[in-house]
Write a protein that binds this ligand. Structure first.
Ligand code: XBP
Ligand code: MG
Length: 232
């Protein structure tokens, strides 16, 4: 069956954003910065995808003090690398569980011959940590294609990461369904022409999902026959 299900990661495979938020704060403290992102501020900052882009957004649009005026890029790269180390350590420590229904949908889809892929804004090391923690050594082999982070020039809501995933699957958009949690992710998948099912996450519950083919609380209630109907 030349059909694929494309999974987003953060907020879709697992409720990761609280761990990301704490990892950012740990990196800020270690760098001697007074910055601390509480849940209300982080919800606003999640309008921007990509951790490096999010830090820049905070500096430029929220008047954060302490960032250098020279070589801001280098400063952000270094800070984000430290955040990624903190995040992957927390994930490897087992603090994240897959969201309800995720494992069952992956198992059922594989049994029905679907090809599986990942299209995410997050850093590849974060995916490795989550897949290893959730599936052990077999994790990576479950997903034939993984497109992530800086591998594309424009992050979600731009379609780049989904277009790149279709290219690597060598499939048309009509042969795929995307599973997403956020409006940024929904817009990205739809801009690539892919029908999308949304399972809102703790930080995206109040977002607008008008363009989704279906919005459900979680994948526990997803019948794969619904996915089949969405394919062209
Ligand atoms: C969510 C994101 C990522 C994470 C943080 O990605 O926008 O930036 O919030 O991870 P998606 P990084 O929902 O597409 O999986 O700091 O590694 O970017
Ligand atoms: Mg997401």
């Amino acid at each position: 069956m030349n059909r694929a299900i494309i999974f987003d990661v953060d907020g879709t495979l697992a409720e990761t954003e609280e761990t990301h938020r704490r990892a950012f704060n740990r990196a800020f403290r270690a760098a001697g910065l007074t910055w601390s992102w509480n849940q209300g501020l982080y919800r606003q900052l999640l309008a921007v995808t990509g951790g490096k882009e999010r830090i820049r957004y905070f500096v430029e649009d929220f008047g954060a003090e302490g960032a250098p005026t020279e070589n801001l890029d280098g400063f952000i790269q270094e800070l984000h690398a430290a955040k990624t180390v903190a995040y992957t350590q927390m994930v490897k420590g087992g603090e994240l569980d897959l969201r309800p229904g995720v494992r069952a949908v992956i198992d059922e889809a594989r049994q029905q011959g679907y090809r599986l892929a990942i299209a995410t804004t997050t850093t590849p090391a974060n995916i490795d940590a989550l897949l290893a923690a959730s599936f052990g050594d077999a994790g990576h082999s479950l997903f034939e294609v993984i497109c992530a982070g800086d591998s594309v020039p424009n992050k979600k809501p731009a379609p780049d990461v989904y277009l790149r995933t279709l290219e690597e699957l060598d499939l048309p958009a009509g042969s795929c369904v995307a599973l997403e949690d956020s409006r940024n992710g929904l817009l990205s998948a739809r801009a690539a022409g892919i029908e999308t099912i949304v399972t809102p996450s703790i930080y995206t519950r109040d977002e607008n999902f008008a363009e989704a083919a279906l919005v459900i609380d979680d994948l526990e209630s997803l019948d794969l026959a619904v996915i089949e109907e969405l394919l062209h």
